[in-house]
Design a binder for this molecule. Structure first.
Ligand SMILES: Cc1cc2nc3c(=O)[nH]c(=O)nc-3n(C[C@H](O)[C@H](O)[C@H](O)COP(=O)(O)O)c2cc1C
Length: 160
């Protein structure tokens, strides 16, 4: 899929998903779009689990910093999120609400501390009308397996 226009859309609170997003972008030449809530939970301290988990439970849509990217211009979109309370991070609630994603090739990736939970299932439910070309998960790559994870992400992404 050499001539296709590619985008990596991701959210990352603690840097793991960012690591993978950047590896995919560097391998595929994709543009990068980081979803950044204007008011985000603190990346340190136990309270991040409480506030972050609450946002997932109540399906909150945190307002995102404005971006200058036209999603409809892209053919292939890689989407990545940490697993929060078994799903994608709430920034993606806002993303899905703000953009109609249809007719794209979609690669899904995610990072988690324990298990991927319903991350990919919930992504797929939001992405009907698109072709899911692959999905891949990483367990805390920044601390557990940085270089191996970067390589695995690149090997995965270049297939598509
Ligand atoms: C609010 C919150 C909820 C989380 N919930 C889960 C979870 O349900 N399952 C899991 O395996 N990890 C969970 N984690 C751990 C993260 O998914 C994991 O640390 C991930 O690598 C972080 O990615 P990031 O550095 O891109 O933010 C949670 C982390 C936070 C902050």
């Amino acid at each position: 899929m050499e001539n296709l226009k590619k985008l990596v859309v991701y959210y990352s609170l603690e840097g793991n998903t960012k690591l993978i997003a950047e590896a995919i972008a560097s391998e595929t030449g994709a543009d990068l779009l980081e979803l950044k809530p204007i008011k985000d939970v603190s990346p340190t301290g136990f309270m991040r689990f409480v506030w972050g988990g609450k946002q997932v439970m109540f399906k909150e849509r945190p307002e995102l910093q404005p971006v200058n990217v036209k999603i409809e211009d892209y053919d292939v979109i890689y989407m990545g999120s940490p697993v929060w309370a078994g799903s994608y991070a709430p920034a993606f609630n806002t993303f899905f609400n703000n953009h109609q994603i249809i007719g794209k090739k979609i690669g899904l990736f995610g990072c988690y501390g324990g298990q991927e939970g319903k991350l990919f299932i919930n992504y797929r439910n939001q992405l009907e009308g698109n072709e899911i070309i692959g999905e891949i998960g990483f367990k805390n790559p920044l601390t557990l397996s940085k270089q191996e994870s970067q390589l695995r992400a690149k090997e995965w992404a270049k297939k598509y």
